[in-house]
Design a protein around this ligand. Structure first.
Ligand code: DLL
Length: 434
């Protein structure tokens, strides 16, 4: 463990620390941030009335629109003079949000990312290739500072130019790769095209996150690249990567609870759910200065795993995030997460786990078609074989999702690859309406 005194702190002390920190936070944002003062006043919430963590249910939520409404800097809780860096969320929907960090925030973030790398099994002896994008995205610089803080040799490649990524992995003797899971698969594919066996690359640990991925995809990446694939989680509004991370047990992500208070709430009633039940993940930042958030609704779906972990960390785990409440597709009343489709595809021979869910309009009805790439060595012009495969994919996807769905097989490599987050859902409904 990178910070064992914190990571394995007895539970009662951790709870007391959280309460102390949340009380200080509420007082601080009420004093220092007019947006929070207004929010609390409107809800009739007096920050000094919070006496236990159970009282959190009375605190108003923060949502992405709160940050958008005060774009770019209006939600910061300190003067701009004290901010040393900004990042911004990827903004797949609507306006982007800007988040600011004080020097202290950057320092704590670096520690949390060092914790993340250490919990994945990395040490100061490792060579870490950071392939998350550098720039406004939190992935690149977040991983960079954490890797350096750990004392590892850090190779700041950023995203893009996949052949060069492969060459550097090989030539520089890289032992830890940090990128999105879908990009890890593209790296393996590209290595093979270059005549390099991806299993022979020196990488032993992958630190993968920033997008939903499945257990089957983990197995595939581990097989293809001969490494241990660790899931890491975070979001810009809360800090970036370094909010939660798997340990070497690979059985859920420890939330760094000395810095983040986690709650799971019912997606409809927004009432807190007991440990173990699935709902929306809500975070309160306990130590952030630049842009602390109180009960921030992530839209991510997960559950708290109540059992203690065998690694000795006392920080509770959340299950891997399977999707978001807002990119959840509702197909004829059935809730579908794109990652469920991926789970099915990984188990079928002759198709690649590259897919896109394409939404269009047929009259007033939504039409959903899943485009799936066939494997490289599949004879795409063999019409009969293709039909047979299409039927099989359709049947398996339908049985997993419990809804009928159109499937179109497409040629290898015809679905655009992403160097960052994979784009799994293409929504053409609005375009057609114009
Ligand atoms: O993606 C931060 C990050 C960078 C995390 C690198 C991990 C590694 P945003 O661009 O603000 O920040 O996107 C945050 O991405 O709310 C989730 O929906 C999704 N996400 C992030 N990590 C995971 C993960 C970064 N491990 C949004 N599994 C979050 C599933 C993830 N979804």
């Amino acid at each position: 463990m990178y910070q064992p005194e914190m990571e394995s702190m007895p539970r009662d002390r951790l709870d007391a620390l959280q309460l102390e920190r949340v009380q200080a936070l509420l007082a601080r944002v009420y004093e220092g941030n007019p947006a929070y003062r207004r929010k609390f006043d409107e809800a009739g919430f007096d920050p000094s009335s919070l006496k236990s963590l159970k009282d959190m249910r009375r605190v108003p939520f923060t949502v992405k629109d709160d940050l958008r409404a005060s774009y770019p800097y209006g939600f910061f809780s300190v003067p701009l003079h004290d901010i040393v860096r900004v990042h911004s969320s990827s903004g797949t929907t609507g306006q982007v949000t800007v988040v600011g960090y004080t020097a202290g925030d950057i320092d704590r973030w670096s520690d949390l990312m060092a914790r993340t790398f250490a919990s994945a099994g990395a040490t100061a002896d490792d060579i870490v290739q950071v392939t998350y994008g550098y720039g406004l995205f939190t992935g690149g610089l977040g991983a960079h500072y954490g890797s350096e803080r750990l004392g590892a040799l850090t190779v700041p490649v950023s995203g893009g130019n996949t052949k060069r990524q492969v060459q550097i992995l090989k030539d520089f003797g890289v032992t830890v790769l940090a990128c999105t899971p879908s990009y890890a698969l593209l790296i393996a594919e590209t290595a093979r095209e270059m005549g390099i066996d991806p299993r022979e690359l020196p990488v032993r640990v992958g630190v993968f996150g920033a997008e939903p991925w499945s257990e089957s995809m983990r197995h595939q990446i581990e097989q293809e690249l001969n490494l241990t694939a660790i899931d890491i989680y975070g979001l810009s509004e809360v800090m970036g990567p370094g909010v939660a991370s798997e340990c070497e047990c690979q059985c859920g992500l420890h939330v760094f609870e000395d810095h983040f208070l986690v709650e799971i709430v019912d997606v409809d009633t927004l009432e807190p759910l007991p440990d173990g039940e699935t709902g929306e993940v809500v975070f309160t930042t306990l130590t952030k200065e630049g842009i602390p958030v109180v009960r921030y609704r992530t839209r991510d779906i997960s559950r708290i795993i109540p059992e203690p972990c065998s690694c000795g960390r006392t920080m509770r785990r959340i299950e891997r995030v399977t999707g978001r409440s807002d990119d959840m597709l509702i197909i004829r009343g059935v809730n579908v997460y794109p990652s469920q489709i991926e789970q099915v595809l990984v188990g079928i021979e002759n198709v690649a786990p590259h897919y896109q869910v394409v939404l269009t309009k047929r009259g007033s009805m939504d039409h959903v078609e899943v485009h799936v790439e066939v494997a490289d060595d599949f004879a795409f012009d063999e019409v009969r074989e293709l039909e047979r495969l299409q039927k099989r994919v359709k049947a398996e996807v339908e049985s997993a999702l419990a809804v009928s769905i159109a499937v179109k097989l497409v040629e290898p490599k015809s679905i655009a690859r992403s160097e960052g987050k994979a784009k799994r859902v293409v929504d053409l409904r609005a375009d057609e309406g114009r």
